[in-house]
Design a protein around this ligand. Sequence first.
Ligand code: FAD
Ligand code: UQ1
Length: 410
Amino acid sequence: NGKTKIVIVGGGAGGLSVASQLKKNFDTKGDIIIVEPSDKHYYQPLWTLVGGGIFDRSKSEKDEKDCIPAGTNWIKDSVVEFKPDDNIIITKNGDKLDYDYLVVAAGLEIYWDKVKGLKENLGKNGVTSNYSFDSVEKTFEYIKGLKDGVAIFTFPNTGIKCGGAPQKIMWLADDYFRSHGVRDKIKVEFNTAGVSMFAVKKYSDALDQLAKNRNIVQNFKHNLVEIKGDTKEAVFETADGLKTEHFDMIHVTPPMGAPSFIKASPLADPATGFVNVDKGTLQHVKYENVFSLGDCSSLPTSKTAAAITSQAPVLVKNLISHKIGKPLEAVYDGYTSCPITTGYNSLILAEFKYGNVVAESFPFDQSKERYLPMLMKKYVFPFAYWNLMLSGKWFGPKGVFNPHPPQNLN
Ligand code: FAD
Ligand code: UQ1
């Protein structure tokens, strides 16, 4: 009937950006449907600041219904199966939905079970994590309450969303301990399964120097495998076998990866389980009418909301080009950004693209700690997210410049 039916899986940062940009800039002459099971939408980047006691967690949460772009349709259900050969998805309620185009933006799954004892102790016995709305408030409670002892911050042996977040909260805690006169009685440790502080050398070097200056113990190739709540012990896999350490508080970044329903589907990259898309066009490598962006995609860049500001316009442009029979010309360069809070008044703003090539927006050296980007993290980015990005008007470093020429689909 000439109508184009676009189904978007996931109403998070990526799904809603795409829905809004499609709706705003193109007359799709059809339906944009968002399948999203959650009543709530979260601005997860705020969780670092909530964990640091700067904002209340309620500021990171809105009702999903108030975030769904006008003129699009929300189906409150979750997808359990993809049948891309038949252009169908199947939902938990048992409904079959057909589509002309499918956009997959279902985020990451957090594997809380993969660290023994973590689920049982989360929010208790000094064990916390900024990686969930439910536990994030405990982080500041434990930071505030610690007067002496050992504070451990972990990084898992999987890829994660926001590669800097495991240490952002450590730097905030270190600053808090200092300004409250207890730092010399607390040992602060960064125990990472990785081999460096950050994927990009420029920032990694700056963070190594900072760790020296601020007396942080860095333990590389330390993978958290177990939490013993009653004795407040953490067990790490290391090159020399298992190592048990006592903690008074521990901030855990849990292992995470592709959602299982994606992993088990024909859309998955067999190696990683993520939706297997072309790293430039964001089109699926096998199914031409399937696109993906954000954390659940195979795009080989650091998974952030900032990255989505560059991915969404590329996806939308290419989807429309495909629809009108034109070549897919928009190309994503891998842009991503990680605002690393190094204290309550300072931040290192990492920005880079594919190949870990530095791509900074400002005319100063962003690997130096500064106050201005901290103000952006606290006020500009949350405002831009809620008021501009979710409604299709924020393009990251490009600001509110709209890269789409309006286009009629028919
Ligand atoms: P999400 O925003 O996670 O959305 C996924 C959506 O899919 C969810 O609404 C979910 O309910 C839905 N879904 C899941 N399963 C299904 C299903 N079966 N069917 C349908 N829908 C489903 N990014 C930055 O840019 N800067 C930062 O400073 C920053 N800091 C961070 C700090 C922390 C502590 C965390 C946790 C994240 C941080 N991020 C940061 C990362 C950022 O939040 C994510 O990269 C971003 O939200 C990814 O968007 P997404 O749409 O891919 O996934
Ligand atoms: C960004 O655009 C953004 O989106 C709202 C963030 O919030 C999640 C960010 O953290 C960052 C770093 C950006 C990138 C934007 C600029 C101006 C560097």
